[in-house]
Design a protein around this ligand. Structure first.
Ligand SMILES: Cc1ncc(COP(=O)(O)O)c(C=O)c1O
Length: 372
């Protein structure tokens, strides 16, 4: 059984994907070709944002955002303690310090209360300047942008949405990728909208920001790529990847609907035995992963072993809270205990999930889990 069935998705869309790839090969238009423009335009339209700037990965999308907003030495960037390292790694590389915040015990997203506590702690310490907050739509579940927006505004912070796991999700009818001042996403193959390699994008409503991002993704170009006006990166989105994603974008909402149905079925069958995902009212999760909580770490590990013996793969997203990582050992922690993150990391495990998970596999997973 596949954990995420990318092969089934390819089989469903093969005709159009193959033809699109062949077109790129025949035109030898590999770098920032026509399909990149088309994909950026269609993705921006889908999300309801003015500009989508394609780039080489979700990590680079975040780096472009950090660079475009002059985030660096002496700045504090607030971030959930439960995320993938790339949410803050590029900021750290540029000299900013990540300040981790505990997660909400139900949504597993950054807790607005913990965020405010950490901002206060940084101000009290007096060494770092609170500069930005990165809100992650963790495993596809929209963060609480109403509350986060209030805190960001109160302290004059840039609110960055890390929608790497959240494309296709929405909150109060607004799509993930459009919250905060600026947003990033990833097209890593297993993401809700994935390509066949690495890719990412930045979303903005500002024309000036879009121009700056387009300069930064091509070595800080000015009027041409041989007129360099700033230090930038080589962070372009490949034409082939854009061509692969055009057909995938067309069916994204349909896939998100199928994900809701499978999640509802899992929820109903498993809620008496495990903690099932919590999605805020008026929010739609992209269910980039379907995560359950067992009672304890030991029980979780035992269940994973049984599933493995039954040929059912599981993954833990993520086993280690950020605050305990060696790489962030010297970063400011305040008095935060990270109780919710530690509890989540100990108990979570994700089971096979995708829009293409067969009914037979769904039944088998439910059956094995219910009989443990
Ligand atoms: C929350 C989050 N942010 C950023 C990234 C980085 O994306 P990429 O792998 O495309 O660089 C990921 C990818 O896993 C992610 O999950």
């Amino acid at each position: 059984m596949e954990f995420i069935d990318l092969k089934a998705q390819y089989r469903a869309l093969q005709g159009e994907i193959d033809e699109n790839i062949r077109n790129v090969l025949e035109n030898a238009d590999f770098i920032l070709g026509r399909q990149v423009d088309e994909f950026e335009r269609k993705l921006a339209e889908y999300l309801g944002v003015k500009y989508a700037v394609g780039c080489s990965s979700g990590t680079d999308a975040l780096q472009l955002i950090y660079m475009a907003n002059d985030i660096g030495e002496g700045d504090a960037v607030f971030c959930p303690d439960m995320t993938f390292v790339a949410s803050v790694e590029p900021g750290f590389m540029l000299g900013a310090e990540p300040v981790f915040c505990d997660i909400d015990e139900r949504t597993y997203n950054i807790s607005p209360e913990s965020l405010e506590r950490q901002i206060q702690a940084v101000l009290k310490q007096g060494k770092l300047k609170p500069k930005a907050v990165v809100a992650v739509d963790f495993i596809g579940n929209p963060a609480d942008y109403d509350e986060l927006g209030k805190v960001a505004e109160k302290y004059g912070l840039l609110l960055i949405e890390d929608a790497a796991q959240g494309l296709g999700a929405s909150y109060k009818g607004k799509k993930c990728g459009t919250f905060g001042n600026i947003a990033a996403t990833s097209f890593f193959p297993s993401k809700p909208l994935g390509c066949y390699g690495d890719g990412g994008a930045v979303f903005t409503n500002s024309e000036e920001m879009m121009q700056l991002l387009k300069s930064l993704r091509v070595h800080g170009k000015g009027s041409s790529k041989y007129d360099n006006v700033r230090i930038g990166m080589n962070a372009r989105l490949d034409t082939i990847q854009a061509a692969v994603m055009l057909p995938k974008l067309k069916v994204l909402d349909e896939e998100i609907d199928r994900r809701q149905k499978i999640a509802a079925k899992y929820n109903e069958a498993l809620q008496d035995k495990f903690v099932v995902p919590f999605v805020m009212e008026k929010a739609v999760s992209a269910y980039a992963q379907y995560a359950l909580l067992a009672e304890t770490r030991e029980q979780r590990d035992e269940i994973r072993n049984i599933l493995l013996q039954e040929g059912i793969p599981t993954i833990v997203y993520y086993p280690n809270p950020m605050h305990g990582m060696k790489v962030f050992g010297n970063c400011f922690k305040g008095d935060e205990t990270f109780e919710n993150t530690i509890n989540y990391a100990d108990r979570t495990f994700s089971i096979p999930f995708s829009a293409y998970l067969s009914e037979e596999d769904q039944e088998r997973i439910i059956d094995v889990l219910c009989n443990i």
